[in-house]
Design a protein around this ligand. Structure first.
Ligand code: ZN
Length: 276
């Protein structure tokens, strides 16, 4: 089974507090600007994948000019072009995109994107807002997953009320064939709600980027029983995947569950095994 990081940000245009956050994960003295410059090239990102033991990584577009940074769908397409181990996911900021469904259609059909990520807490919208329903319908028709940030964020300008995973219950019920991924597993005070939705809805998954892996069993005591519904992600260039993968391998759960979480489930959702 491949090892898949479902959550990396190859964003060059970032805000000052994001550099500070990245610096906290680097060896002492390493400058985050230099680190990103050398890693966010085609050679650099392949080296990153190799050094971290990743077969694939989902690379996320983001249009978060207030809170974190910007890499447009077009820029992400260029970055991923020729690097088959990167799987591009679009971002459609509903405040910046007049027709989110049409933008997703373009990204999937013209640019080869494999899904979309929404950032409600950065972009200030409720993810169950009816105006987004055409986007969900499009994703369901195209057969691509929708990732949604749930839970807290430490970046400036965030409004955490938009991060309640229970808002996604509406979407899961109204779009039963849509694969929904609850990013950060409801981080902070919604772990139980996020886990419940992943357990209850057949097409809803829990993604664990940005969570300390050694505390996963504390947040999700039934992790092993529902390992089919859990996806590993790092949130790099925040936490580095190698360290977190190692910590997951050391959890006191069965080997089969670890293989599913670290890439087996992602390979199924993203149909990686048919493509290789
Ligand atoms: Zn992230």
């Amino acid at each position: 089974m491949p090892v898949v990081d479902f959550h990396i940000h190859p964003t060059k245009d970032i805000l000052p507090w994001v550099y500070d956050w990245i610096e906290g994960f680097l060896p002492p003295g390493e400058d985050p600007r230099r680190y990103l410059e050398k890693t966010l090239t085609k050679e650099g990102i392949v080296r990153f994948l190799d050094e971290n033991g990743l077969d694939y990584a989902v690379a996320l577009a983001e249009q978060n000019p207030r809170c974190s940074g910007v890499i447009t769908n077009g820029e992400l397409a260029d970055f991923c072009n020729g690097v088959d181990r990167l799987i591009p996911f679009a971002d459609v900021n509903p405040h910046l995109t007049a027709a989110p469904a049409r933008e997703l259609d373009r990204c999937v059909k013209d640019l080869g994107f494999r899904g979309v990520k929404l950032y409600p807490v950065y972009q200030l919208f409720y993810p169950n807002d009816r105006t987004l329903y055409p986007l969900y319908e499009k994703a369901q028709d195209l057969g691509v997953p929708v990732m949604v940030h749930t839970g807290t964020s430490i970046f400036q300008g965030v409004r955490v009320k938009y991060g309640n995973p229970l808002l996604m219950d509406d979407v899961a019920v109204d779009f039963p064939d849509l694969t929904l991924i609850l990013v950060h597993g409801g981080r902070g005070f919604w772990y139980e709600s996020a886990f419940y939705l992943a357990r209850f809805h057949p097409k809803v998954y829990l993604e664990i980027a940005g969570l300390p892996p050694q505390r996963l069993l504390e947040y999700f005591p039934e992790l092993e029983q529902y390992a089919d519904k859990v996806l590993f992600g790092s949130d790099w260039p925040g936490p580095h995947p190698k360290k977190n993968i190692q910590a997951i391998r050391e959890l006191s759960i069965g080997e089969e569950a670890k293989v599913k979480i670290l890439g087996g489930n992602a390979a199924r959702i993203l149909r990686l095994l048919n493509n290789t």
